[in-house]
Write a new protein. Structure first.
Length: 402
């Protein structure tokens, strides 16, 4: 197995994984509004999926860290199977709102739970000695997302949103196949790797884990606060743009702009992180999220929304790889998957709160007060992230307890 073939395989997994988010998450408001859901009901549906994902992510991360029999790809394959059935049922059967909510919550929760496992699959290759670029493989996810978001936007101008679950189901089938045929790098493990597996099986529970890495919980809370804003503008972008006269095709364009602007940071992150430490990039992304929140708050036209989407290239596109590299550098080998799961869980927690608060504020007060909430949470989150990183005295390993 060569580095080039591994990189191509992981890039394909990332591409189809992030394509799933397009019909299932970015266009969730379009689909659920079409099914008769209110903004607040949409918020609760997506919040419930987030709650389930927050429970599943650390638990499955710890389970994957301790498992000696089932490889990481086995967890991903098993999880990917269930959304195929649920999304196919949504596409082919006339379901009431309760069944739609039930299947949507489960399918999206599993999708979010897969994220830290797929990230860890990349670093499993890197830690096995293969020089795979995480930034490049993640960038392929943004490229695929950008293309699909534009195509879906154009498609929905003349077709029903009922097709969105079927598209997501097809994408899950591809993910299932790609991960199923992914090479098992642990098939011939060295004595060192066997020792690591034993260490993982005896690793400490979550309470001891958080005590071992001082400041990490504060960092997670800061990221969660930032992702309240991030989720507000992603989940309710169609409602934000509607008063400005935008159509579905312009929503697709806005999503495409954001995805394309992620590419320079993702492609160049491996180069960038060798010159600027991951914790510095993490703090910078937090501060720039405040700038992005202000652009949305003061937006009076579609082009100003698109300008805010451009800033995704120095916010989301920095915070995602920076947090992944940061956790991989900070954690002991036995805690790496669990650490990725906790970080993703913080982002998911922000998504939960953003879903509920955003839907409630939209129905009660409208778009502008909701964006004001986004500014407040971005400011609080950036302050918490900077505070957590300052605790490390500008050294990531200083966060670890003595």
């Amino acid at each position: 197995m060569t580095v080039k073939s591994l990189t191509a395989h992981i890039a394909s997994i990332q591409a189809f994984y992030w394509m799933i988010f397009c019909p299932l998450y970015s266009y969730s408001s379009v689909y659920l509004l079409h099914k008769g859901f209110s903004n607040q009901q949409i918020g609760w549906v997506l919040a419930l999926n987030g709650i389930l994902a927050v429970i599943l992510q650390p638990w499955l991360g710890a389970l994957a860290d301790r498992s000696r029999r089932l490889p990481l790809k086995g967890f991903i394959v098993i999880l990917a199977f269930f959304p195929i059935l649920m999304l196919a049922a949504m596409a082919y059967f006339s379901l009431n709102w309760l069944w739609i909510s039930f299947f949507y919550v489960l399918a999206l929760a599993i999708t979010q739970t897969l994220q830290p496992l797929i990230n860890s699959l990349t670093f499993e290759c890197i830690n096995a000695g293969y020089a795979v670029s995480y930034g490049f493989t993640r960038a392929m996810g943004s490229v695929a997302f950008a293309i699909l978001s534009s195509l879906i936007g154009l498609w929905l101008n003349s077709h029903s949103p009922d097709s969105l679950p079927l598209l997501a189901a097809i994408l899950f089938v591809v993910i299932f196949a790609l991960v199923f045929f992914f090479p098992n790098l642990g098939a011939h493990r060295t004595p060192e790797q066997l020792h690591l597996a034993a260490e993982r099986e005896s690793s400490a529970p979550s309470g001891s884990f958080l005590r071992r890495y001082k400041g990490f919980l504060l960092l997670i809370l800061g990221v969660a606060s930032i992702f309240i804003f991030h989720n507000l503008i992603n989940l309710y972008l169609v409602q934000i743009m509607a008063p400005l006269g935008a159509q579905d095709s312009q929503l697709g364009l806005a999503l495409t702009i954001a995805a394309l602007c992620e590419l320079p940071a993702f492609f160049g992150f491996s180069f960038l992180v060798r010159r600027v430490p991951a914790h510095v990039l993490l703090g910078l992304a937090g501060i720039l999220y405040v700038v992005r929140s202000l652009l949305f708050f003061f937006a009076t036209s579609v082009w100003m929304i698109n300008l805010g989407q451009v800033v995704q290239g120095v916010t989301y596109a920095l915070i995602i790889p920076a947090s992944v590299y940061y956790v991989d550098h900070l954690m002991k080998d036995a805690d790496k998957v669990k650490g990725q799961a906790w970080m993703t869980g913080g982002m998911t927690l922000g998504s939960i709160l953003g879903s509920v608060a955003g839907g409630w504020m939209l129905d009660r007060f409208g778009v502008h007060p909701m964006l004001g909430l986004g500014v407040a949470t971005a400011v609080v989150g950036s302050l918490l992230v900077v505070w957590a990183l300052r605790l490390s005295a500008a050294r990531p390993d200083a966060l670890m307890a003595e």
